[in-house]
Design a protein around this ligand. Structure first.
Ligand SMILES: C[S@@+](CC[C@H](N)C(=O)[O-])C[C@H]1O[C@@H](n2cnc3c(N)ncnc32)[C@H](O)[C@@H]1O
Length: 226
């Protein structure tokens, strides 16, 4: 993203001014260690087309490449883990779609470069599905999904927590976003003491988020639980 403003109307209505690459990199450097941890979770509640999330994904994937480039199966699993830890919300549908596409392009380019002929169409579909769940078109203030015109619907924002459990088995647990952020009084106090807001606060996750549903599948088939 080189252009910082798309239109005066979008700036006036949605405060849409994109952050320049230099600032993105400098800000990510403030939490460098976390951006280089494969499974550290990041949520951007006004993600635009993904200036921050794409930088974070690139950093994580370069760590995955360094560690696992000699083993396509280990690379693939860890590249999926890196992708599944990145979350975003934007109120404008075109931004949410552009963000998903941008992250998928970064992920896929690295995947092809490392795994070459070992790349699988299933894994690519899994990556696409994870992004369709993690990058949400919604209102980060009301915590509701929005329609194509950006108006709130009755549907709450739901996020999936992804984790490898054994071997190639991946678990997805869905939580409503409002419960994740609000939680009970004890959780609120605990959160107020923290310097940085974390989306999922293991191991007390169940107490903070309203748990909806759990799915377990091979990581290459997460899309079967659509
Ligand atoms: C200042 S731009 C920042 C975009 C991106 N984070 C960046 O730094 O390049 C703000 C973004 O927030 C989105 N936005 C505005 N109000 C929002 C809301 N209530 N919930 C979610 N996204 C919102 C806009 O559509 C826009 O993409």
């Amino acid at each position: 993203m080189t252009q910082q403003v798309k239109s005066k109307q979008r700036v006036a209505e949605h405060g849409e001014v994109f952050t320049a690459e230099r600032e993105v990199k400098a800000m990510c450097d403030l939490v460098k260690q976390e951006t280089e941890r494969i499974d550290s979770r990041f949520l951007e509640p006004a993600c635009g087309d993904g200036n921050f999330l794409s930088e974070i994904l690139s950093r994580k994937l370069s760590v995955v490449r360094k560690k696992y480039k000699k083993s396509p199966i280990d690379y693939e699993k860890n590249a999926i883990l890196a992708l599944s830890s990145i979350y975003g919300v934007d109120i404008l549908l075109d931004n949410a779609i552009a963000c998903r596409e941008r992250l998928l392009a970064i992920w896929d380019k690295e995947y092809k470069a490392v795994c070459k002929k070992e790349c699988s169409a299933d894994t690519r579909e899994a990556a696409k599905f994870i992004l369709s769940r993690n990058i949400v078109c919604g209102n980060a203030l009301s915590l509701r999904c929005v329609d194509e015109s950006g108006n709130d619907t009755n549907e709450p924002i739901v996020f999936s927590e992804w984790a490898f459990i054994t071997g190639t088995q991946m678990q997805r647990k869905d939580y409503t976003f409002d419960e994740l952020l609000n939680g009970d009084d004890a959780s609120k106090k605990k959160r107020q003491k923290k310097e940085q807001l974390t989306l999922f606060d293991e191991p007390q996750l169940d107490k903070e988020g309203k748990f909806l549903k759990q799915y377990i599948s091979d990581y290459r088939r997460v899309q079967d639980n659509g």
